[in-house]
Design a protein around this ligand. Sequence first.
Ligand code: PHE
Length: 340
Amino acid sequence: MLDGLISQLYANALDQLASAETLDQVEAVRVEALGRKGKLAEISKEFGKLAPEERARIGKLLNTVKAELESKIETRKASLEAAALDARLDAEWVDLTTPAPGPRPGSLHPVTQVQQEVEDLFVSMGFTVLDGPEVETEYYNFDALNIPADHPARDMQDTFWLEDRRLLRTHTSPVQVRGLEKLGPPLKMIAPGRVFRNEEVDPSHEHTFYQLEGMMVDHDVSVAHMIYFMKTLLSAIFHREVTVRLRPGFFPFVEPGFELDIRCLICNGEGCPVCKQSGWVELMPCGLVHPAVLRYCGADPEVWNGFAFGLGLTRLAMMRYGIDDIRLFSSGDLRFLTQF
Ligand code: PHE
């Protein structure tokens, strides 16, 4: 009778094992058949009632069935585990031979690009490129440019002062003085650089921006020379005809002084935030170097004269690339910067 139960148990367990699809299901089959309270244990309880010769035979049978089931269960477990591992490897597969994306190529800041272009142009016309300190003395930023301490023109350029009375330069004009002092006339120089103003920030004003100073000192320099260089510069930069106008302008370090405006290239004169709805953009204040400045630099104004201009490099870059908000330049925003 026990033979029948044992072979039924064996057949059942094999069936269940064949349809088990998870490790948990396999374990359930094992517990049901071989566990301490399982079917095999159940059958073993009857064992004691058997005649001795039967006992030996059934004992052997039980052991065989147990060993068989154990090994079938192990095999099934191993194959399920292997399948699970395969599935995971498939899902988490990484191709280590795929080439890495590599570093993204960088590019120069739009203001730097415009600066380098203007530098090349002036160098080709025989100008020297000079540099000056961003932290400047009151003397070079104001006094030597004919702007004494009590002069109202100081209010035009409010800036940031250091505790030792030095200041963040408000313009690149101090390099006119430093350059002429050091190199003496005749001199053709430009000086690009960063300047600072205590400004309310809006789409066309920043507290930090770039200018490019230009100066030529020689014998008999006239406004006509100045206009020639301005025009050469503008047509080279914009690669097209730009409309300009000269207005009288006041700067204590030039006489006569002018404002050179260009027709706004963003709105073509219609009016936009960059040109403050006027259709014109102030691009280059300029004029003939004031005799007082020449004297401060040790050049005799009876012998030498010259012109000077201040180009708003940041503003020029805005015009050139059609950028309508100056704050983008210092935003560090890659969506902006990678376009150049
Ligand atoms: N330095 C003046 C400014 O920043 C501009 C200027 C330069 C004017 C040279 C005349 C000549 O406002």
